[in-house]
Design a protein around this ligand. Sequence first.
Ligand code: AMP
Length: 408
Amino acid sequence: MSDILVVNSGSSSLKYQLIEMATERTLASGLIERIGEGAGRAVHTIPWDEVPSVDRADAPSTTERELPIPDHVAAFRVMLDAFEAHGPSLAEHRPVAVGHRVVHGGKRFFEPTVVTELVKINIADLAELAPLHNPANLQGIEAAEHVFPDVPHVVVFDTAFHQTLPPAAYSYAIDADVAEQYRVRRYGFHGTSHKYVSEQAALLVGRPLGELRQLVLHLGNGASITAIDGGRSVETSMGMTPLEGLVMGTRSGDIDPAVLVHLHRRAGYDFDALDTLLNKRSGLLGLAGTNDVRDVLESRAAGDPAATLAFDVYVHRLKAYVGAYFAQLGGVDVISFTAGVGENAAPVRAAALAGLERLGIELDASRNEVRSREARVISTDASEVVVLVVPTNEELEIARQTLEVVEA
Ligand code: AMP
């Protein structure tokens, strides 16, 4: 039996999922938070259908512990304890490999890669481009190697799917020598999700991936849109970092770069202050005081002007990108919405695609309102462009790619 452990390590958190690859079922998942912060917290969840029926009465599907978790190795030990205490048994479900999410693979990594010392040096080197993420990802890899020394570790990069971008899409129009020397170019992110969703979408419409021109709108707390031609990413909205493009929960997305110069000169903002402003205090939070689309929708429905503006700015940007990518592809067959906002917020989907009938896009209002965890069509039968909601599953995609590498 081949099971894969998928790990997503942040600077103070560790998310994990154990996936049985024969069935692609999640056997357990967990979140360990506040690593290195004194009072840590660990949540371990077994999906209800995995809890043995004999134990169901007293086997909670979710267990929670509070305890100090000084570092990532300790976090993995807490994870092992949770498997030991609540199952499933790792002796029975020994992972054949560990798949790690890594945010930035630069232009070196275009496919999932088995971890070696050289690969780790390269991930550390790329920290310059993703200072918040790559070092934390690397900490997770090293801790996992310590706890699982006998299995291969595989890294799957958020940027890898976008390695097919043509130069016209990845080059910024700045001094070419400066760009080359400092590795300034578009890399794109959320690649694992864009790849997974575009493949699911092809299955759902029953046409070969290679024939389809697709847009995937990954709208979560972070948000990006990708144009996919025949399964290859040809344009994407995030850039050298995950700040560019759409309006997000706390990130500004596109902004005139001269605003930074202005705020520095006029208001004394230094680089850290600008970084914090654009990454943590902007987007929906900056406009409406909340980064959660649920709250924005609620306040907007109650007539709140700031929430109304935040919604309008969010949707205006999204629609502009849909139009631009439509033009880049010369037509679109399928549009898929995914992630927390894309999967759940019907008003966002409706507003983003409203008035685009001339492009062959026609949403079905009642299909769009259906709440479901399943992939589904939300366009009318007459719509030339098929519009879908496709729940993303980055962990499963990482597990699939990890298995492919270890079986190769
Ligand atoms: P993600 O990053 O994919 O986990 O998405 C998280 C975001 O999805 C949250 O910040 C919410 O804004 C949004 N979200 C989650 N559930 C809903 C919902 N039922 N309606 C609207 N937005 C939602």
